[in-house]
Design a protein around this ligand. Structure first.
Ligand code: ATR
Length: 286
């Protein structure tokens, strides 16, 4: 008997550099389940319609990447608590013709911090560089997971204040405030913090100038860059020079993928297979 193939997609614009297909297809194969994971380049103006058509097109689920996470949030029938906290959806499951949206980024980061850096968020003081979509959603997530203090450092103060307000609303007991994205302020708070996360888009290009220099870094602090390509960003270089223990975002990519896999299949994700596929995909990337 031929087993039914289930289709999972990833939509984005552009999408051709996504590493999720190699990671998820390796996972489905290792788990022995008949799923296929395919990339779709969907333009912003087509996104809402594409998502609403998923049940009729026979999809089991999708991932959503840049720039569609907010549209996805507004397209589904049901939102998980994580999606509501993030104000974004990066994973949808189709069940009984209805669309269930969630966000696996926050949990992906949390698991990566635990497994890669042996870092538990509860009770910790965390500086987040950046207050765009990524910065806001991780700030809120880490606060709701018990961080004692969240400090947002952003180039544009208005955006930092918006992030502060979101954290306050989601987690009233967390200490949260904004500072300028300048070495001397980051350094001052780095002395009493446990972790610095780069959630700005700076570092995606190898020629980018880092948002902080080594002078902003307390020796021994953990520095986590959400960017994973390039492997060593301009910010990681500065953090290393300042004596930080550094990590890039590959672990977060892996673990958000694992949480998505579990959301679709109800099975535990084969982590080591997924990690190897990701590393291979990255080595072969243009
Ligand atoms: P994402 O969804 O990846 O978070 P985004 O919402 O466009 O993308 O946010 C980009 C983040 O990088 C913002 O915090 C932005 O700072 P501003 O709020 O001041 O725009 C930050 N960023 C981008 N370029 C920057 C630069 N050259 N220096 C400092 N911060 C920068």
């Amino acid at each position: 008997m031929i087993k039914k193939i289930r289709i999972i997609g990833v939509i984005g614009h552009p999408i051709k550099h996504s590493l999720s297909p190699v990671m998820q297809n390796a996972a489905f194969k290792a788990a022995g389940i008949n799923y296929r994971y395919l990339p779709f380049d969907v333009k912003p103006e087509e996104c809402f319609r594409f998502i609403r058509l998923l049940p009729r097109l026979g999809f089991t689920g999708i991932n959503i990447t840049v720039p569609h996470k907010e549209t996805a949030y507004n397209s589904v029938d049901y939102l998980s608590r994580e999606a509501k906290l993030a104000g974004a959806v990066n994973t949808i499951k189709v069940h009984n013709k209805k669309l269930y949206g969630t966000s696996t980024d926050g949990e992906g980061l949390l698991r990566s911090l635990k497994m890669d850096a042996d870092f538990v968020v509860k009770g910790k003081s965390i500086i987040i560089l950046g207050a765009g979509g990524a910065g806001r959603s991780i700030a809120v997530y880490l606060a709701t997971k018990g961080a004692k203090k969240i400090i947002i450092a952003n180039r544009t103060p208005g955006n930092a204040l918006k992030a502060v307000a979101l954290v306050r609303k989601a987690s009233p007991l967390t200490i949260v405030f904004a500072i300028k994205l300048k070495d001397k302020f980051v350094r001052f708070y780095s002395n009493t913090s446990d972790l610095i996360i780069n959630a700005t888009s700076v570092g995606l290009n190898t020629t980018d100038t880092a948002v902080i220099s080594h002078k902003a870094i307390r020796k021994g602090i953990i520095f986590y860059d959400l960017i994973y390509n390039p492997e060593v960003t301009s910010n990681i270089k500065e953090a290393k020079k300042g004596g930080a223990k550094t990590y890039n975002g590959l672990g977060m990519l892996l673990h958000q993928g694992a949480v998505s896999f579990e959301f679709w299949t109800g099975k535990k994700a084969p982590l080591s297979v997924m990690k190897r596929a990701l590393q291979k995909g990255l080595r072969e990337a243009p």
